[in-house]
Design a protein around this ligand. Structure first.
Ligand SMILES: [Zn+2]
Length: 263
C-alpha cells in the first residue's frame, strides 16, 4: 500500500485531522514506484502506456485502499484521473503549447514538473498544506487580483472544502473573462449532489464518500452552481473523450471532467 493510502487509512481509523494527515503526506517524498519492466517495442500492442511520462509496461501498480489493479504508472506515479486530465490538456486544449498564465490547485507531482517545464513562472501552484507550492493559500480566500489567470486547473480539490461555494467564487474571480477552467471532482451525472452534514468524522465520511476528508459526491446541480459563479460548464465523460483502445492502453477509468468557460 502506498504511503498516501496508509495515511488515509490510518486517518479513517483514528480520526486524524485533515491538516495533520496532509502535512504528513506532503512532508515525505513518495518514493518513485520504480522497479518495473519496460516493454520491448515488439510487444507494444499489449502494453499499457502512461501518456504523461511515456513509459510502457506490461502492468501498472495497484493503488487505493482496495488495491485497484493496474492503476498507478510504475514510473511517474500517475493514476487514472491524472492521465485523463493530461490527455485532455494535450489533445483538447492548447494550454500546453501556447504561453498562458495557469493556476493549479493542489498540483499532482506527475503533472506539476511538466507544466512548470512548459510555463515557468507563468505556472502558479497553490495548496493549503503543501509547503512546496508557489503560494500556500486557502481556496476560499486566494491572494490574487481579479482576472489574474488565463487557465485554472483543479482536480479533486473542491470536494475537500466544506464551504465549496466560497471556493468556486474565488476560482472564478481569479480567472479572466474568456479564461478556461478544467475541473475534476467525484461526480455522478445522474443524481444531485450527495452530502450529509451529520457525517463529520473521518470514519463516517470514509463510509459515505469513500474518502476520510471529502464532504460530498457532486451531482448535476454542480453545473448550475458553476454557472452562477460565471463558469459555463460542459461535462465530458471518458467514454466521450477517448476510444476504447485509448482507455485500455492508458488505463483510464469511467470518469468525468468539467470544462468551464469564464464569461
Ligand atoms: Zn507515467
Amino acid at each position: 500500500m502506498s504511503r498516501l493510502n496508509r495515511i488515509l487509512s490510518q486517518a479513517a481509523r483514528t480520526g486524524m485531522r485533515e491538516q495533520v494527515a496532509y502535512q504528513q503526506i506532503y512532508s515525505g517524498v513518495e518514493a518513485p514506484p520504480g522497479n518495473f519492466q519496460r516493454m520491448p517495442a515488439s510487444l507494444g500492442e499489449r502494453a499499457l502506456q502512461c501518456p504523461i511520462c511515456g513509459v510502457a509496461s506490461d502492468k501498472f501498480l495497484p493503488f487505493g485502499l482496495g488495491g485497484r489493479p493496474n492503476a498507478q504508472c510504475p514510473n511517474c506515479g500517475s493514476l487514472e484521473r491524472h492521465r485523463i486530465f493530461w490527455l485532455y490538456l494535450s489533445d483538447r486544449t492548447d494550454f500546453l503549447r501556447r504561453p498562458c498564465k495557469l493556476l493549479h490547485t493542489a498540483p499532482e507531482s506527475c503533472l506539476e514538473a511538466r507544466l512548470l517545464a512548459r510555463h515557468g513562472s507563468d505556472y502558479v501552484t497553490t495548496d493549503r498544506y503543501n509547503r512546496r507550492v508557489s503560494i500556500e493559500a486557502d481556496l476560499k480566500a486566494l491572494p490574487f487580483v481579479d482576472s489574474a489567470f488565463d487557465v485554472l486547473l483543479s482536480s479533486h480539490v473542491l470536494e475537500h472544502i466544506e464551504d465549496d461555494g466560497a471556493a468556486i467564487h474565488e476560482l472564478s474571480r481569479v480567472l479572466r473573462p474568456g479564461g478556461k477552467a478544467v475541473i475534476m471532482v467525484p461526480y455522478d451525472p445522474d443524481n444531485p449532489t450527495y452530502s450529509n452534514p451529520v457525517l463529520t468524522t473521518p470514519a463516517e465520511r470514509m463510509v459515505a464518500y469513500g474518502h476520510p476528508y471529502h464532504y460530498r459526491i457532486y451531482g448535476y446541480d454542480l453545473l448550475d452552481r458553476l454557472a452562477g459563479a460565471g463558469l459555463a460548464t460542459r461535462v465530458w465523460s471518458t467514454n466521450e473523450l477517448f476510444s476504447s483502445a485509448q482507455r485500455r492502453r492508458y488505463r483510464l477509468n469511467a470518469n468525468y471532467l468539467l470544462a468551464c468557460d469564464k464569461r
